[in-house]
Design a protein around this ligand. Structure first.
Ligand code: GAL
Length: 302
C-alpha cells in the first residue's frame, strides 16, 4: 500500500480506493479478509483480501441490492430495497467462520435507507469467505432495537453479537446459537443510559476489552473502554481512551496480529457525497499496567 498515512484514502493493489467502511477483518486460511460498507451504486458490502494487511486485492461485492435472498427458521424481513426501490442501509458488517456448519456468517445493522427507525440486525451467509452471500433478512432481537454492532468469537467458538439498543442508550450483548444464525440469550445490558456505540472487542492477555464511542453521528468523540474477565461476567466502568476525538476516528474493530492488538477506526467524511471521502486509521493499542492506550501514529501501523 503506497498511501501509508492514516486518514488518507487507501488503495487496493489495482490502485482503486478501498470501500470497506465500518468494517471488519477475518483471518482465515492464511488470508486476512477485509469486509466493510460500500455505499456505491447497488452495493452494500465489499470484501478485499491480503496476506500482509498492506496489499489488498478486491474480491467481490458480497452483498448488493441484487443478492440472493433466502428465508430461514428465524422470522425475518427479507428486504434489500425499500418500498420505493431505493437502497436500504447495511452498516458495520462483521463476519465469522462457523466451524460446525462450515459457513461464513455475516451480521450487520439494517436500516430502511430513509431514517434510523428500523434499528434491526441483518444476517447473511456464504460457503466461502468472499463469495456471493445469501441474505437471510433482518429482525429485532427479542424485539429490541439494534443499531451499531459487532461480533466477537471466543476461544471456545462461542460467539456474541453486541449492539446498541433503546435508541442507543444501552449496549446489549447477545450470545449466539452455536450455528451463529440467531441470538440465544441476552447476557448483558451494559452501561444503561450511557449511549455507547461502535463497539469493538478483543481478548488481550487473558482479559476482554471493549472499546465504544459516544453517539455523535459522523462526528468523532472520545472513545471509552471497559474490561472483563469473561464476556458474560462483570464488566468494569467505562474509562477514557485516546483524546477528545479518538484521534479523529470512531472504532470499527480490533485485530490481533503477531501478539499485538491493532485499533482500526473510521475517519468518516459525513453524509451524502461526503461519505465517500471517509478514510481509515490503524493505531496500535498498548496495555500497560492494566491501562489501555491508543498510540496515535501517523503512518499506518501494521
Ligand atoms: C454513527 C454510526 C455510524 C453511522 C452514522 C450515521 O453514529 O456509528 O455507523 O450509522 O452514525 O449518522
Amino acid at each position: 500500500m503506497k498511501e501509508s498515512i492514516n486518514g488518507t484514502v487507501w488503495k487496493d493493489i489495482n490502485g482503486n480506493p478501498i470501500h470497506a467502511h465500518g468494517g471488519w477483518i477475518l483471518f482465515h486460511g492464511g488470508w486476512y479478509y477485509w469486509y466493510g460498507e460500500d455505499r456505491r451504486e447497488r452495493y452494500y458490502v465489499s470484501c478485499y483480501r491480503s496476506r500482509n494487511l498492506r496489499d489488498w486485492e478486491f474480491r467481490r461485492h458480497i452483498l448488493t441490492m441484487d443478492s440472493r435472498m433466502e428465508a430461514y427458521r428465524v422470522r425475518t424481513k427479507l428486504q434489500l430495497q425499500n418500498e420505493d426501490g431505493g437502497k436500504v442501509n447495511l452498516e458495520r458488517p462483521k463476519v465469522l467462520f462457523n466451524e460446525k456448519t462450515g459457513k461464513f456468517v455475516l451480521w450487520a445493522h439494517f436500516e430502511n435507507g430513509r431514517d434510523y427507525t428500523a434499528a434491526a440486525a441483518a444476517v447473511a451467509t456464504c460457503d466461502t469467505p468472499d463469495g456471493d452471500f445469501t441474505y437471510h433478512g433482518h429482525f429485532n432481537p427479542y424485539g429490541y432495537m439494534s443499531r451499531d454492532c459487532t461480533l466477537f468469537q471466543d476461544d471456545d467458538g462461542t460467539a456474541y453479537f453486541i449492539s446498541a439498543a433503546r435508541d442507543n442508550a444501552d449496549l446489549h450483548v447477545y450470545r449466539l446459537t452455536d450455528d451463529y444464525m440467531n441470538v440465544e440469550r441476552l447476557v448483558h445490558r451494559l452501561w444503561q443510559g450511557e449511549y455507547r456505540e461502535a463497539p469493538a472487542v478483543a481478548k488481550i492477555k487473558g482479559r476482554y476489552y471493549m472499546l465504544t464511542s459516544f453517539c455523535t453521528g459522523w462526528e468523532p468523540n472520545q472513545a471509552k473502554y471497559a474490561w472483563a474477565d469473561a464476556i458474560e461476567g462483570r464488566w468494569s466502568c467505562l474509562l477514557e481512551i485516546g483524546d477528545e476525538t479518538t484521534y479523529h476516528s470512531q472504532p470499527a474493530f480490533l485485530l490481533q496480529k503477531d501478539g499485538r492488538t491493532l485499533y482500526f477506526g473510521d475517519r468518516w467524511g459525513g453524509d451524502g457525497e461526503a461519505y465517500f471521502s471517509s478514510s481509515y486509521v490503524v493505531y496500535p493499542l498498548e496495555l500497560t499496567e492494566g491501562r489501555l492506550a491508543i498510540k496515535p501514529v501517523e503512518e499506518i501501523w501494521l
